[in-house]
Design a protein around this ligand. Structure first.
Ligand code: ZN
Ligand code: ZN
Length: 240
């Protein structure tokens, strides 16, 4: 309550500025009075051709899958990301995730929604949206699950149901950035728990998260869900 009050005061004392370049947004076009249009347009969009697995841009048109995906087993069917994880979007995700700026979720979700529409992702085939969960200890540190906020706005836009009761994190794992790839992979294996299995039986799911790096987290989440009877698993993250 007090925190909300103080945040409210800040808005009055400090006029709104672009979250990235800090230019005053008073007389310029912006996205939701959060980021100026110039910075918004500078966010590096992920462009086709996309890897058939992780969804990253492929350099060679003849290829269908990238080298990383050839090497590593990923248990989801396909992943997609509207942005390349660098520059402005990286800063924005950091602000969203670690600086308690939950309101950024609404604006950031627009990148995902735009991508779904531009590339005609098969939303009609999706039965349920599931955000990648945080362990409850981590949730207490951060106060909110950023994946849930993104999932909420996507579900709202496409008239889908989102459930955070099905996939749970049963183990507290170290922050991914602290670990190298091999360790990351082992770190998240078996860290997911699936409840209400009857709901996802033979269903196509869309997993939502903020970033896809090695894909280990979403892959093990997909593994747990498939083992519990889910059919196709798609992944949508803001950036990869
Ligand atoms: Zn700006
Ligand atoms: Zn790939």
């Amino acid at each position: 309550m007090l925190k909300e009050f103080i945040n409210g005061l800040k808005d009055i004392i400090y006029p709104k500025v672009c979250i990235s370049c800090k230019i005053s947004l008073k007389n310029i076009a912006s996205m939701d009075e959060i980021i100026c249009n110039e910075c918004w347009n500078k966010i590096q969009r992920n462009l086709p051709p996309f890897c058939y697995k992780c969804g990253r841009h492929l350099d060679a048109v003849m290829e269908t899958i990238c080298n990383n995906c050839l090497k590593n087993t990923l248990y989801f069917d396909r992943a997609f990301s509207p942005c390349v994880y660098e520059g402005i979007i990286k800063e924005l995700i950091h602000e969203f995730k670690y600086k308690n700026k939950d309101y950024l979720g609404y604006t950031l979700s627009k990148l995902m929604i735009e991508f779904i529409k531009n590339y005609n992702l098969p939303m009609n085939d999706i039965d349920l949206i599931i955000p990648i969960p945080l362990h409850k200890t981590r949730l207490r540190e951060r106060e909110f699950n950023q994946a849930k906020i993104l999932g909420f706005w996507i579900a709202k836009e496409f008239n889908k149901t989102m459930s955070e009761q099905i996939l749970l994190r049963n183990r507290y794992t170290k922050t991914q950035t602290e670990l190298e790839y091999q360790k990351r992979n082992l770190n998240v294996k078996d860290s997911f728990l699936v409840r209400q299995k009857d709901i996802i039986k033979n269903k196509n799911l869309l997993l939502v998260d903020d970033v896809l790096t090695t894909g280990a987290t979403t892959s093990w989440a997909a593994y747990a869900l498939k083992n519990s009877g889910a059919n196709m698993i798609f992944v949508l993250t803001l950036a990869s």
